[in-house]
Design a protein around this ligand. Structure first.
Ligand SMILES: Cc1cc2nc3c(=O)[nH]c(=O)nc-3n(C[C@H](O)[C@H](O)[C@H](O)COP(=O)(O)OP(=O)(O)OC[C@H]3O[C@@H](n4cnc5c(N)ncnc54)[C@H](O)[C@@H]3O)c2cc1C
Length: 396
């Protein structure tokens, strides 16, 4: 059963929390990983796409949690113009389509194997502070009120994070900084081995629709709409329209709704005695909405810095500045770049999007990465994409 003190308490057993807990436990620290739900990974709030290389950095591939392997992606402009990209250039969200109900559980098991205690049905409900420093959490465990002291607390509690707010960190998302999503798990989709992305203001204002094949005629089919662009209707209505149109005979097996932060890096992710990681720290990609790999990668950094700070006996905000520095070095530039591209893309009309797609559809883009393609688009359409010039300046 839960003790009343740990070196590290991690709130939230998603990819970020499990990765942090595993790293710190491996370093020999006494770690508690708590999850408010009774089953880790369920319900799934994700399209489950992730790059193979990135996943393999953290866990050995296992058919139990790989639903499908995809060979690349297709992007469709509003008029149906298709751009095809190979898997290795498709970015962090294409490669595997995961089964996150199992994947997230395996990650938590890895943390447990490394020595962390894992406790489900244990929501944190507040922080314990002493002289302005976080020194533990309050919560409930299997229905009982608990107070758990901690040398350090990590908030890995996802997009709806409260831990940051409790510690006085501003994690507020304006409507223009969140994609509101709806997704169906469909059976009876004639699908192959490509992920598909559909751009159109009519279909998904300020976002996109996706089809991620899961094998056996199953697919995650979803839509993300920018919170400030709800003029076309609720995401679930837009999704129903898309599905009726594209997969009229498919059956809905599951429905999910959820949000993705698309604000780019926030100002601060640490406080005295506390770090935020993953979606709680708004570390998902503002352009694609993908956050699994960043959560895993940054979780390792959080776990290492936690171990170092606990070892030194210094968990002040200054000491935890190491975490802030390292995660920004790792993913800060790519989050900033994605933010620039996203902010311009959401201003483009369907006509603009069609013009861009036509301008490169006959070029050999299949082996180009996202920024290679953006660079080509910029060169081909300098007037339309003038605001992208700062991307290439900062690169050089
Ligand atoms: C519709 C949709 C589609 C997406 N598709 C993709 C995709 O294809 N690829 C991709 O890379 N990313 C995708 N994402 C984003 C991805 O799901 C997240 O970026 C990723 O899960 C972040 O991991 P995390 O560990 O930070 O947070 P989460 O996975 O959200 O985990 C947070 C955990 O904290 C728990 N928790 C919350 N509050 C408390 C509390 N008070 N006490 C205890 N536990 C708590 C939650 O129950 C949850 O288990 C998608 C998101 C959505 C909504």
């Amino acid at each position: 059963m839960i003790k009343d003190r740990y070196d590290l308490v991690v709130v939230g057993a998603g990819p970020a929390g499990s990765s942090t807990a595993k790293t710190a436990a491996k370093a020999g620290f006494d770690v508690l990983l708590i999850e408010k739900r009774q089953e880790i990974g369920d319900p799934v709030r994700c399209a489950e796409g992730a790059g193979k290389k990135g996943i393999k950095r953290h866990v050995k591939p296992d058919p139990r949690w790989i639903s499908a392997e995809v060979k690349g992606s297709r992007i469709f402009a509003p008029d149906g113009t298709k751009l095809e990209i190979s898997e290795e250039r498709s970015g962090a969200e294409v490669g595997y389509v995961l089964e996150r109900k199992i994947f997230d559980r395996v990650l938590a098991e890895q943390a447990a194997d490394a020595g962390a205690e894992v406790m489900v049905k244990t929501p944190a409900t507040g922080l314990i502070t002493k002289n302005g420093q976080v020194v533990g959490i309050r919560g409930r465990s299997l229905g009982e009120a608990v107070e758990i002291k901690a040398g350090l607390v990590v908030g890995a509690d996802g997009v709806e994070s409260l831990v940051g707010r409790w510690a006085g960190i501003n994690t507020t998302l304006a409507p223009s900084e969140i994609e509101t999503c709806a997704q169906f798990l469909l059976k009876g989709v004639r699908n192959d081995d490509h992920s598909e992305f559909y751009l159109s203001n009519r279909l998904a204002p300020g976002g996109y629709a996706w089809v991620f094949p899961k094998g056996d005629g199953m697919a995650n089919v979803g839509i993300g709409v920018l919170g400030s662009r709800s003029e076309g209707g609720m995401p679930i209505e837009l999704l129903s329209r898309f599905v009726n149109d594209k997969f009229p005979s498919a059956k809905v097996v599951e429905v999910i709704v959820g949000g993705v932060p698309v604000c780019g890096p926030i100002e601060r992710t640490i406080a005295d005695g506390l770090m935020l990681v993953g979606d709680a720290a708004r570390q998902s990609d503002p352009l694609t909405g993908g956050g699994i790999l960043n959560a895993l990668d940054v979780g390792v950094i959080a776990g290492e810095v936690a171990a170092g700070s606990l070892e030194e006996g210094d968990v002040s905000r200054e000491a935890l500045g190491e975490y802030e520095k390292r995660w920004r070095e790792k993913i800060g530039v790519s989050l900033e770049r994605s933010l620039v591209v996203k902010e311009r893309l959401v201003q483009l009309s369907d006509e603009d999007l069609n013009t861009l797609a036509h301008s490169i559809k006959d070029r050999n883009i299949s082996k180009m990465g996202l920024f290679g393609m953006v660079s080509l688009l910029f060169k081909t359409n300098p007037k339309l994409l003038w605001s992208f010039r700062k991307l290439f300046k900062s690169k050089g």
